[in-house]
Each structure stands twice: as C-alpha cells, then as structure tokens.
Design a protein around this ligand. Structure first.
Ligand code: NI
Length: 506
C-alpha cells in the first residue's frame, strides 16, 4: 500500500499558532494534527456540480451540489439538505446588514463503489461567521446514502473513536479530562449515549447492531448527534481527521479549524466494510474515471425532494410568445424551474424559445394544439390533438411532455379516458388574463401560495411576465424553491387520466 509514503504533516494553521504564541510550546513538540483528504469536486474526474446563487437586496444565498445524473440518491439528498437549510436561513433572516449563506461540497471519497461528500454551510452577518459541516456517504452496492455512523463497525467502535480522540486531546493538547468537550468528555467519563430501548437479541450481535443497516445507522447518528465525528475525513496517513471547533480546543491556538488525528492502527479495527472502501478510495487520491453515476451526469430529472421542502410550481400557459424569453431571463436569476403548458401551434412559431426552456431545465406540458375545448371533442379527436402537440414538442426537445393541462380546465369522462398522462390543473389562479395589472397579479400569487401549490400564469401577456419578478422575490424571501410540476409532486405516482390541482399536504 502507498500508505507509508504519506506522512502526516503539520498544517499551516497549526504552524501559525506556534508562531503567534512564542514560547508557549517548543516547536519540536508540535500539536498532533491530521491532514484531511478533502478533494475539490472539480478535481474528481467526471464529477459535475451545479451552482445556484441568488442575490437580493436583503441577502445572498448560494449552494453547489454534485450532479450525478437524474434522480441519483446522493444528488437528491445533498441538494435537499442544502435547500432545507436555505429555507431555514431565509425564514429567520437577521434584519440588519446583508446576511449571506454559502453552501458547498467537497469530496472525501470517490471510487466506483463509494462516494463521500462533505457539506459545508457558511453563514455570515457582517463580521460574524459561522460554519456548519456534515458528511454523506453513498454506498453503490446498496444504492443508498448513509450517515457518518455507517463508516464504523458498530456503536462500540464509535465509542472507541471518541476514546481515541480523548487520549489525543489529553496527551497531545494537555486538555484535562473535565474539559474534554461534549460527547468526547462523556465517553471518556464512561457515559456513552445509550439506546432508549435495549437491543433485543435478534437485532444485535455481541458487538451491537450492524450499522450497515440504513435505519440503524440513522438511529445511531441521532444518538450521537453533536459528535465531532459528524465531520470526519480520512487522513493522508490512513487514519481519521476529525474536525473540531477551535472554541472547544483553545489549546490549539488561533486556528480556523482543528483536525484531531485518530492513528491508522487505532482506526483500522473500527471501520465497517463501507468505511474501509471509503478510506481506500481517499488514499488512492479519489482518482477514478468510473463514478457511480446514474444515467447521463448532466441529464435532467429529480434533483430535490419536495416531500421535505417548501416547493412551489409556477406554470405558464398558452405560449410560447414574444415575452417568453424575457420570462426565462428572470427565472434564471432565481434558478427557478417552471412548467410551460404550450400550444403545439405556438411551438412551431417559437422553436428556439422552446429549445431554450428544455435546455434551462424547465418542463414542457401539453396544452393542446390551438386551445380548443377538449370536452367538446370525441375521444379520437382528443387523442389526435394531443398527439399532434406532443410531436411538435418532441421535434424540438426530443421528448414528450409528461403532463397535460386541458384548456379552460375543461374536461369530462371522455377526455379522462382518452389521455395516457395525468391532467394537471392548479390551486392558485392569479386571474392574470383578466386583470392585466402586474401588481395585482403578483399580490394575488403571493397571498394564495402555500407549500405544494401549482400557480397558474400566462406568458403570452406582458403584464403577467412583468409580475413574475415580484412573485419570485416574494416567494424566495419566504424560503420557497421553484420547481417543475413533476418535482412538486415529489415523485408520487401520478395516474393517467386522473386530475391533480396541487401537491399541498392534505
Ligand atoms: Ni390556456
């Protein structure tokens, strides 16, 4: 193994501390400090990321997440966690200065069998800056995203890791046992967190429950919440690098982070099979050209889970039209994805606009060829009209619209029997075709929207397009994420011929 050639190095941060406090500690007694293997995503071959940045007069938020192909569990989990945090930040936005929230990802392990990702969230309001970090581990064998606890053999191993940290802090940093922070102190004093119910014999072996089981790993993560191991990485010498808050280890001096080592020989017996896979990937430099992606890395598909998020689907009917490109510009500023219920006859008029919709991640819906009332047609006529519209869309985007919206919301039993896809109506009608006042339209949308709403607008009216900036700004401020109709229903099976108005929790 190449392990022996990798030596733990004193990082710049620890070196700086020694310079700042001359005489505090002789240089030859350097503090134990791990070098974490954290690979920027751009250095992992074949890994793509997506960055979302929204700047308004009250705040700036951004996040970058890995895109591993449509619906990949790690992409969905990472992005959903980031979106949830963004909502929480905006809902409790400080009223002074220009608060910022920046979320990012680095790669801790990458191989065909495992992907480890470190998520960081940096919140700043003026001079105060706060960092929160966590890790996610994707196991390709089970196609699941697991918490940090799954890197360990069992909970006894997790307790052992805390004891190893306690020893290093005690011996290396001269921290007295009573000052050991949080769970490290509790374990060192012989009080590890206990399961609420004693494990029954059939769920536990002698060494405790198997953390390869996702439910048990998550349970253990809840029990060990607040552990510094929530931000664990592998170190260049094949041990662990555990990030600790400098305020918990004042002995480390003025550093931005303290990476406490767990030695390789102490680490080895604690790791689970997933943990060893992840360690080997990290030590190999996260150098792989065969990532466990699903589909094409850049392919569209669900990238967030609206069942756990504040989502809204903005829908635009009857276009495209001459104002639609302006609308697409505005949507892009908020990374908003919308759904366009287009008329087949208009698709052929504005093919470039339709192509742009698809390229920019919006969804196309079928709104018939030229807005005829489907309820006045025979079944055969309904099928022909929708098929002709599908074909126009398919010719530009390469795929059929996944949902249908009947003009005027008009439908009957014949229509429902004749369609092979779900029929999508709306729960928020902005009445924009009638009022033609941008301010009325946006006020109406803001007042009526709730999580899971489907909002009806028309991009053929200039006043409607002019209302959208205020709608986006207002809903963004409330913590909403703007998603397609397919996404707002959070992957629920929508039945052909069934009618849906919204995805609000019942
Ligand atoms: Ni219409």
């Amino acid at each position: 193994m190449a392990v022996t050639s990798l030596r733990r190095k004193l990082t710049f941060g620890a070196a700086l501390c020694l310079l700042l406090i001359p005489g505090h500690r002789p240089l030859e007694q350097a503090l134990p400090y791990a070098e974490a293997i954290r690979t920027p995503p751009e250095d992992v071959e074949g890994l793509r990321t997506q960055t979302v940045t929204v700047t308004t007069d009250h705040s700036q938020v951004s996040y970058r997440y890995p895109t591993l192909g449509g619906g990949h569990p790690l992409t969905v989990q990472a992005r959903t966690l980031m979106a949830q945090r963004q909502t929480a930040f905006l809902e409790r936005l400080p009223q002074k200065g220009t608060p910022e929230l920046h979320q990012d990802v680095t790669i801790l392990a990458a191989s065909p069998r495992v992907l480890g990702a470190r998520l960081t969230a940096t919140t700043s309001t003026g001079r105060d800056q706060d960092l929160d970090s966590s890790t996610l581990w994707y196991d390709a064998d089970s196609d699941r995203v697991l918490p940090w606890t799954s890197l360990f053999r069992d909970e006894e191993a997790i307790a052992q890791a805390h004891l190893a940290l306690a020893r290093t802090l005690g011996e290396g940093y001269d921290m007295p046992a009573r000052r050991l922070p949080g769970l490290i102190g509790e374990v060192a004093l012989g009080h590890p967190p206990q399961a609420e119910d004693a494990p029954s014999p059939d769920t536990a072996s002698e060494s405790g429950p198997d953390l390869a089981d996702p439910e048990r790993a998550r349970e253990a993560a809840r029990r060990w919440a607040g552990s510094p191991l929530e931000d664990v990485a592998f170190s260049t010498d094949a041990g662990l690098a555990v990030r600790m808050d400098p305020s918990h280890v004042p002995e480390a001096g003025r550093v931005t982070e303290v990476l406490v080592p767990v030695d390789p020989e102490d680490t080895e017996p604690l790791l689970s099979e997933l943990g060893r896979k992840a360690r080997d990937a990290a030590l190999a430099g996260n150098d792989t050209d065969d990532l466990p992606t699903s589909g094409e890395p850049g392919s569209p598909g669900r990238t967030l889970d609206c069942a756990r998020l504040k989502c809204v689907a903005l829908t635009f009917d009857d276009g495209p039209g001459e104002h639609t490109d302006d609308l697409l510009d505005v949507l892009a500023e908020y990374d908003a994805h919308a759904t366009f219920y287009v008329l087949g006859s208009m698709v052929t008029e504005f093919p470039a606009t339709v192509e742009r919709m698809a390229t920019e991640g919006h969804e196309l819906g079928n709104h018939t060829w030229k807005h005829d009332d489907l309820a006045e047609m025979t079944g055969e006529e309904v099928e022909e009209d929708l098929a002709r519209t599908d074909e126009a869309v398919r010719e530009v985007t390469g795929s059929d619209p996944p949902t249908i919206r009947p003009p005027y919301g008009s439908l009957n039993a014949t229509v429902r029997r004749s369609v092979d896809r779900p029929l999508i109506l709306w729960d928020v009608d902005t009445m924009d075709w009638q009022s033609r006042e941008a301010e009325d339209i946006s006020e109406h949308a803001l007042a009526q929207t709730s999580p899971g709403s489907v909002v009806l607008l028309h991009d053929i009216h200039q006043t409607s397009v002019q209302a959208v900036p205020a709608v986006l700004a207002g809903l963004h401020r409330q913590g909403y994420h703007f998603v397609t109709v397919t996404d707002v229903f959070a992957g629920a099976a929508l039945e052909p011929g069934e009618v849906y108005t919204d995805a609000r929790p019942s």
